[in-house]
Design a protein around this ligand. Structure first.
Ligand code: ADE
Length: 237
C-alpha cells in the first residue's frame, strides 16, 4: 500500500517510521510519501493561508497549494481529509482502507480549510469529538490502525485477527509470569493445559469485558445461546 500525506509538518510523522510500521517500511510492505504543501505556494513568503472572506478572526487554509500538491502526485487513491466534523473513524473503516492500494491524507493545522478543499477529498474523517491543533495526529492514528492490518506487518499474523473489535468483542484478559504477583493469582484455567476450557474462558471473559466496558458493542450482536446465558449470569452479579 502507498500512503501519501499532505502536511505542513512532515517532521511530525516519525512515529510511523519506528517499531513494526517502520520495519514494514524498510521491508517494502508499505510506502509513506510525505508532501509539504507549503512547497507548492507561489508567493515569496510561502503563505498557505489567508484571512476569511466576510471578515472575522483567524486565518483559513487556501485551496491552491493543497490542490497543486495533490496534482503533483502520480496517483492518489482514496483521498481523506481529517477534520472534527467528519464521520468518526473505526476499525471497520481501517479494514476497508487496508484493502486499498493507495490512500492520500490531507492534514490541516491550527485553522480551518477553505470549504472548497473538502470537495478534493472522497471522505472527511474524525478520530473523536474533541478538537486537536491539526490533522497530523489523527492521520497518524488512522494510518497506524490501517497499515497494521496489512499482511506481514504484525509479527504474528494471527494477532490482528484475534484481538479486540475484530470479532466484535473487547479483548479477554491476558497474563504472563509470575503466576502469583503479591497474592494476585492467574486464573487456574490458564495453567490447566486444557485448551478447550481455556478457549471457553477467554470467550466468556471477552464477553464480560464488553458487557462491563462497552455494552453498546453488544446491541447489534447475534448472541449465541451460550453467550445469552453468560450475559444473564453477569447481570445477576
Ligand atoms: N483535526 C482536529 N481535530 C480533529 C479530530 N478530532 N479528528 C480529525 N481531525 C482533526
Amino acid at each position: 500500500m502507498k500512503v501519501n500525506v499532505l502536511t505542513l509538518f512532515p517532521d511530525m510523522f516519525t512515529p510511523l517510521q519506528v517499531s513494526m510500521l517502520g520495519r514494514g517500511l524498510e521491508d517494502g510492505k508499505w510506502d509513506l510519501n510525505l508532501v509539504n504543501f507549503r512547497d507548492f505556494t507561489t508567493d515569496v513568503h510561502h503563505h498557505v493561508d489567508d484571512s476569511p472572506y466576510g471578515g472575522g478572526a483567524g486565518m483559513v487554509l487556501q485551496i491552491m497549494p493543497i490542490k497543486k500538491a495533490l496534482d503533483s502526485l502520480p496517483s492518489k487513491g482514496k483521498v481523506i481529509i481529517t477534520a472534527p466534523q467528519g464521520k468518526t473513524f473505526n476499525e471497520k473503516m481501517a479494514q476497508d482502507w487496508a484493502k486499498e492500494e493507495e490512500l492520500t491524507f490531507i492534514c490541516g493545522h491550527y485553522e480551518g480549510f477553505d470549504q472548497r478543499v473538502y470537495d478534493l477529498a472522497d471522505e472527511t474523517v474524525s478520530i473523536g469529538d474533541y478538537v486537536l491543533t491539526g490533522g497530523e495526529l489523527p492521520t497518524m492514528s488512522m494510518i497506524d490502525a490501517t497499515v497494521r492490518l496489512l499482511p506481514g506487518i504484525l509479527g504474528n499474523s494471527a494477532s490482528s485477527v484475534e484481538e479486540s473489535f475484530s470479532h466484535g468483542l473487547l479483548e479477554y484478559p491476558q497474563y504472563t509470569r509470575p503466576a502469583d504477583f503479591e497474592g494476585q493469582k492467574v486464573p487456574d484455567v490458564l495453567t490447566s493445559g486444557n485448551h478447550q476450557k481455556i478457549a471457553e474462558w477467554r470467550h466468556k471473559e471477552a464477553l464480560r469485558a464488553t458487557y462491563l466496558h462497552r455494552p453498546d458493542m453488544l446491541e447489534n450482536r447475534q448472541l449465541t445461546k451460550e453467550e445469552r446465558n453468560w450475559l444473564k449470569e453477569f447481570e445477576q452479579n
